[in-house]
Ligand binder design. Structure first.
Ligand SMILES: NC(=O)c1ccc[n+]([C@@H]2O[C@H](COP(=O)([O-])OP(=O)(O)OC[C@H]3O[C@@H](n4cnc5c(N)ncnc54)[C@H](OP(=O)(O)O)[C@@H]3O)[C@@H](O)[C@H]2O)c1
Length: 332
């Protein structure tokens, strides 16, 4: 496993990291959650990404139980705040009171005194950006987080926050980024780079679609993420047969290059120096090992051109899964 510096921080994160959305919040059983997490350590993964909202705290609790038996400095832990945590309308967003309350709740569930990275899961336009920045600065001053990041902020929101915070507060940006969702390259990558902020990208396998296992016109493989009725609807909404056909055109390209489809997809996002880590999900430990193998794999110019050609003008749609696909899980 190779490691990359996370923005202007002192953190060196593994190129492949492990996230817990839709998996370790209940979708994947406790023993498999433990096995996937152990597999991550075995593979050299040191970076773990969760959020308060994943399973309304359940994902943080699961990792709190597992990770707290390891030395705290043997892993880099990231969580997030923003999405609603209860029916109470005040229990969401980025108000100073909510950030102060949610960081404490996350630390309790994660069984640790600090997270390495605390991220705004989205921007909150209802709170003055000065107040958001000050609230995150306070979390750092209190020693509850070492660094701050954000997820899916627009270039304008990023600029507004940096104008107030200066160059030192934010070290990471977490956008969706994959062969099937390339939008952040246009503006977010450059702006962040110029300000010492790395990308840590989510759904780099397009939720498994880029492994090639979903074949156009064929039944969804049993036990896969899109096999449940609600997630199948979500897949149909965002991944058309044309997209699945384009993914199938990548299969011979990967084969010819002697690499697996997950390796091709993950090495593709890591080809960009702005990306510090590809945050993968895994429902089984074998997937963790398969995905970790992408670290250090270089893609030639010819290979990248072949990928572009294979993708063609594939319709790229932001794949936002349907809400309610798993009980108690917010699909974000
Ligand atoms: N900031 C945000 O708003 C946001 C949003 C979404 C996600 N995230 C973060 O990003 C992380 C990753 O998201 P994601 O889970 O959608 O990522 P992903 O890596 O694109 O998809 C992961 C899923 O693909 C399947 N898979 C993974 N490796 C495979 C392999 N080698 N072979 C076959 N299938 C494989 C597994 O599902 P099955 O085995 O069930 O098919 C796995 O759960 C999340 O856990 C979270 O930390 C952040």
């Amino acid at each position: 496993m190779r490691y990359r510096k996370l923005g202007s921080s002192e953190l060196e994160v593994s190129e492949i990291s492990l996230g817990s959305w839709l998996t370790y919040s209940g979708g994947v059983e406790a023993d498999k959650t433990r096995a996937c997490t152990e597999a991550a350590f075995d593979a050299g993964i040191n970076f773990f990404d969760t959020a308060n909202v994943y399973g309304q705290g359940a994902a943080e609790t699961a990792w709190g139980d597992i990770l707290s038996s390891r030395p705290r400095d043997s892993y880099i832990l990231a969580t997030k705040v923003y999405f609603p945590m209860s029916e109470d309308p005040a229990d969401q967003g980025l108000s100073p009171a909510q950030i102060a309350k949610q960081i404490d709740a996350s630390l309790t569930r994660l069984k640790t005194d600090y997270v390495d990275l605390y991220q705004a899961h989205r921007f909150d336009p209802t709170v003055p950006v000065e107040d958001i920045v000050e609230a995150f600065q306070k979390v750092v001053q209190q020693g509850k987080a070492r660094y701050i990041g954000f997820s899916e902020w627009s270039p304008e929101q990023i600029e507004a926050a940096i104008d107030i915070a200066g160059p030192d507060l934010f070290v990471s940006s977490q956008p969706q980024y994959s062969m099937l969702w390339q939008a952040p390259e246009a503006e977010v990558f450059g702006l962040c780079s110029a300000n010492g902020i790395s990308q840590i990208v989510w759904s780099p396998l397009a939720q498994g679609v880029l492994t090639g296992k979903y074949k156009p016109g064929q039944p969804v493989p049993e036990g896969s993420r899109f096999a449940s009725a609600e997630m199948a609807v979500s897949k149909d909404l965002v991944y058309s047969d044309a997209t699945l056909q384009a993914v199938q055109r990548l299969v011979p390209i990967a084969e010819e290059a002697g690499m697996s489809m997950p390796t091709l997809a993950l090495a593709w996002v890591l080809r960009r120096g702005e990306v510090a880590s590809a945050i993968t999900g895994a429902s089984r430990p074998e997937q963790v090992h398969a995905n970790a193998a992408a670290s250090g794999v270089e893609l030639s110019g010819d290979l990248l051109a072949a990928v572009d050609q294979a993708l063609g003008d594939v319709p790229v749609t932001e794949p936002t899964p349907a809400p309610g696909a798993q009980p108690g899980v917010k699909h974000r």
